[in-house]
Design a protein around this ligand. Structure first.
Ligand SMILES: [Zn+2]
Length: 281
């Protein structure tokens, strides 16, 4: 069976989900995550079979407060950031990827919300150069401010491409996390959007074993990763978001933590970025 260009969105969603059907040419994919490990959580079980994939990290994974770095015995942000990158490379190696196509933007962990315009422009340039057919990133869900910032910047970068009438990749999402009404972390579920059908993938035992091996590479992220099941991954086509309204009612997940961000501040930064980005169009 050849690729069905009649419904590319459905076709690519099936492709990301690992449904078996033959394609004549593997579509170029760009995975945009806020931190090293987000992509392994979101689609680690699919990575080994995706041949034409580029990874982008928005942040360096090292928050300025050095809390995490000190906890693991690192003396500087740079050392901790380096370790996180090495863990990412080891995880890819566990999936058989030796020389990843990789771009690090290097914005400071927990602070990327202050650089939405810059990140958007950089991503737009990368997309113009790489011409991916598929992009995949975080949903907008109030889990971590950097995740929401990655989501915002990818959506806006694609809007820039559309405004320039350039060919635009189809945008999908992998799961990250958000809060339920009690503030508990919800993983592997999206906030509901009527327009988007979700593809739930149950990993076979071999794939799950590989994903556990990948998780094990992230020694510094052990406490975080234990929250995520290793047998399931979910994908959907990205909905159109209104970034100026909260992703859900009630307190956002990151508002329970001292990560230097509140929803209201994040949305005011998003509004400022929208004004700066699109006033010229
Ligand atoms: Zn993250």
């Amino acid at each position: 069976m050849s690729r069905n260009f009649g419904d590319k969105k459905t076709d690519y969603l099936r492709f990301l989900s690992g449904e078996h059907y033959s394609i004549t040419e593997e579509p170029p994919i760009v995975v945009i995550s806020a931190h090293a490990d987000d992509e392994i959580i979101g689609l680690g079980g699919q990575i080994s079979r995706l041949k034409n994939i580029t990874f982008i990290h928005i942040t360096d994974g090292a928050p300025e407060n050095m809390k995490d770095a000190f906890q693991y015995g690192f003396a500087s942000m740079e050392q901790y950031a380096k370790k996180r990158y090495e863990e990412f490379c080891s995880a890819l190696l566990a999936a058989g990827i030796k020389m990843p196509s990789y771009i690090k933007l290097g914005f400071v962990d927990q602070k990327s919300s202050y650089d939405l315009v810059k990140i958007t422009h950089i991503l737009a340039s990368i997309f113009m150069a790489l011409k991916p057919e598929i992009c995949i990133t975080h949903p907008y869900e109030g889990g971590h401010p950097d995740h929401d910032s990655a989501c915002f910047s990818v959506h806006m970068a694609l809007k820039i491409l559309r405004e320039k009438r350039l060919s635009t990749p189809i945008l999908f999402e992998f799961c990250s996390y958000h809060a339920d009404r009690q503030g508990k972390m919800v993983t592997f579920d999206f906030l509901p959007y009527e327009s988007s059908s979700i593809s739930k993938v149950i990993l076979d035992p071999e794939k799950e074993k590989q994903k556990i091996k990948m998780f094990d590479c992230f020694v510094t992220q052990k406490n975080v990763l234990q929250n995520f099941p290793t047998h399931i991954e979910c994908f959907r086509k990205a909905p159109e978001y209104d970034f100026l309204t909260p992703p859900h009612e009630g307190k956002l997940y990151y508002e329970y933590y001292d990560w230097g961000m509140r929803g209201q501040l994040w949305r005011s930064l998003a509004e400022e970025a929208l004004n700066r980005l699109f006033l010229s169009f």
